[in-house]
Ligand binder design. Structure first.
Ligand code: TYC
Length: 120
């Protein structure tokens, strides 16, 4: 009975051999590392029953640089659907936006909640 070799597991590609240049210097070749784009974060406002619509529109305009019409659309989406994305930022910028919005809400005595979450 013929014995067949079992299938071989896939092999890791071999490193390129060391090359010497004319001057005898050793040159190691390395594949360029692939850098992933940084994780981004969306800043989300949550609906509640007490924060005035006008305050939410003003917050979206001031902290997310939206015009009044866009800010109103975002506010209405939050009001209808429970939450809405106001912008997407690097981790630090998103955290600062959350802090600023929460600060403004507390100062005005509104229960508005703002959170950041990683984008997919
Ligand atoms: N639901 C609020 C109201 O009816 C309005 C509101 C919208 C509150 C968006 C929070 O993130 C919010 N006054």
């Amino acid at each position: 009975m013929a014995t067949e070799n079992p299938p071989r597991p896939p092999q890791a590609p071999r490193a390129k051999p060391i090359q010497e240049d004319d001057g005898g210097a050793v040159v190691l070749e390395r594949k360029p590392e692939k850098t992933k784009p940084p994780q981004m974060y969306q800043v989300v406002l949550l609906n509640d029953d007490y924060t005035p619509m006008e305050f939410v529109v003003a917050v979206i305009q001031e902290f997310f640089n939206k015009d009044r019409e866009t800010a109103t659309q975002i506010m209405l989406k939050i009001h209808m659907e429970g939450k809405g994305v106001c912008g997407v930022f690097s981790k630090d910028v998103a955290a600062t936006k959350v802090d600023r919005v929460m600060e403004a809400a507390q100062k005005s005595g509104h229960p508005l909640q703002c959170v950041s979450e990683p984008t997919a």
